[in-house]
Write a protein that binds this ligand. Structure first.
Ligand code: AMP
Ligand code: MG
Length: 431
């Protein structure tokens, strides 16, 4: 078994035995895969500036209270609530100024107040801050507008953000800018994260050409390696580009073997159907334990998942995605993405599904979920509507590049009329 990746053998065998070539729903495929993957072993310690997008491998416990002292939430005048106009006082003597970052030694007494700046420690004897706009200056005194402030207003209590000894962040979080800021607020300079997932990818097809090569008759430039690189990189993986492989079983076998030597996960595109030039099935069946599924989805129907077993002690996960460029991306987002996040140590939450109104009829057959490519528009009244990008062929990559996200049409639905509600997954959430 590979030291980093680990797939449960028995679960995989059970799935492949019970579902040879069967059609699965997207949910069945996703949950079957999720149940068979585990986080990579090992940890890394990285500085905050290198932690963005990494997956937290420890609970970060607050070492201090944040804020560490009671302070003013606004610029104004600090006083004891007993001196508020409602409590008898409305003309108070200003005894000094408390600035952020400077100590204030004396105590403010009844009938007095101190000028305070936002973030300044609350002077002793004070529990309330009256903002400037509720005050009028009168020489050395300040007149307070009655009714504008209640006792305790505009004061940040010690520890109201984070309390010393309590968890501030939980393991499994994919670190976003706010997480870095929060650890910064605790004075943390480094953090323990899961290792980066090394995901190798390759394209298969005799018709594929790379950028820089002449585009021979009947050939297409390989786009999948570029969209895959982008999706893997944004997910936080170390994306290893293994290039293009001809429709030749020996070449495919050699490429897969070398992929296993450098990666935790291998993703292939193309050749996963049952066509004359589709060798993936034979080669993967020889190299390991792989299930070939038909998924009740469009685009992205054929999919292979399993592991390559080169030696009893070494296994590598493999995802075989369909070659059509839209199908590759949709299958990655809907099926592969969460599995990779789990292997990266994250606890993936479902991406929020918006409910939006179809702005035009959408043709669809019942029996499979469809992911049409949609552009959002704000309708009159502030509601969101969605229209398709036009032709929805699984080779029309422009439909992905022009879309804001995927219109999700559940399996049971048939044609959708304009005005009906549909689901929508934003690419921003999927990134
Ligand atoms: P396949 O899944 O191999 O049957 O390929 C299905 C369709 O996708 C064919 O039209 C291929 O030319 C196209 N295709 C496969 N791989 C790629 C790729 N890497 N880049 C662009 N198109 C591809
Ligand atoms: Mg092919």
């Amino acid at each position: 078994m590979n030291a980093r990746a680990d797939v449960g053998t028995s679960a995989l065998e059970a799935v492949s035995r019970s579902l040879p070539d069967s059609t699965l729903t997207v949910e069945q495929a996703r949950s079957s895969i999720l149940s068979q993957v585990r986080p990579l072993a090992g940890f890394e310690r990285v500085s905050l500036r290198h932690a963005l997008g990494r997956v937290l491998a420890e609970d970060v416990v607050a070492s201090i209270d944040v804020p560490a002292y009671q302070n003013a939430a606004v610029d104004g005048f600090a006083l004891s609530s007993e001196t508020l106009p409602e409590c008898g006082g409305n003309r108070l003597r200003i005894v000094g100024t408390s600035l952020a970052g400077h100590r204030w030694e004396s105590v403010v007494s009844r009938g007095e107040c101190a000028r305070v700046m936002t973030g300044a420690a609350l002077p002793g004897g004070c529990d309330t801050v009256v903002p400037h706009e509720a005050c009028r200056l009168d020489g050395e005194h300040v007149l307070i507008d009655p009714g504008r402030v209640k006792p305790g207003d505009n004061v940040r209590q010690r520890g109201e953000d984070l309390q010393a000894g309590r968890p501030a962040l939980r393991a499994g979080a994919v670190l976003r800018p706010a997480h870095l800021g929060l650890m910064g607020s605790l004075g943390r300079c480094d953090v323990t994260v899961h290792p980066r997932l090394r995901a190798a990818f390759l394209s298969t097809g005799d018709e594929l050409r790379s950028i820089g090569e002449p585009l021979d008759e009947g050939c297409v430039f390989d786009s999948n390696r570029h969209s895959l690189w982008g999706m893997l990189d944004r997910l936080g993986c170390e994306a290893v580009d293994l290039g293009m492989v001809r429709d030749d079983p020996l070449a495919l076998e050699a490429a897969l073997i070398s992929a296993c030597e450098c990666a935790d996960v291998v993703i292939t595109t193309g050749g996963v159907g049952g066509g004359a030039a589709d060798h993936l099935r034979d080669v993967l069946t020889r190299l390991g334990e792989v299930s070939f599924w038909r998924i009740a989805m469009r685009p992205g129907r054929p999919l292979a998942f399993g592991r390559i077993l080169l030696k009893p002690s070494h296994s590598t996960l493999v995802f075989g995605l369909p070659g059509n460029p839209v199908a590759t991306m949709v299958a990655f987002y809907m099926i592969v993405r969460d599995a990779l996040l789990r292997i990266m140590g994250a606890n993936p939450k479902p991406v929020p599904l918006m409910r939006v109104r179809a702005m035009e009829p959408l043709s669809k057959l019942p029996g499979r979920v469809e992911y049409q490519r949609g552009v959002l528009d704000m309708l009159q009244g502030g509601e969101w509507g969605v229209r398709t990008t036009g032709p929805q062929g699984s080779g029309v990559l422009r439909s992905m590049s022009e879309a804001d996200g995927l219109i999700v049409l559940e399996a049971a639905r048939g044609r959708i009329e304009a005005g009906e509600f549909v689901g929508f997954l934003s690419f921003d959430g999927l990134a």
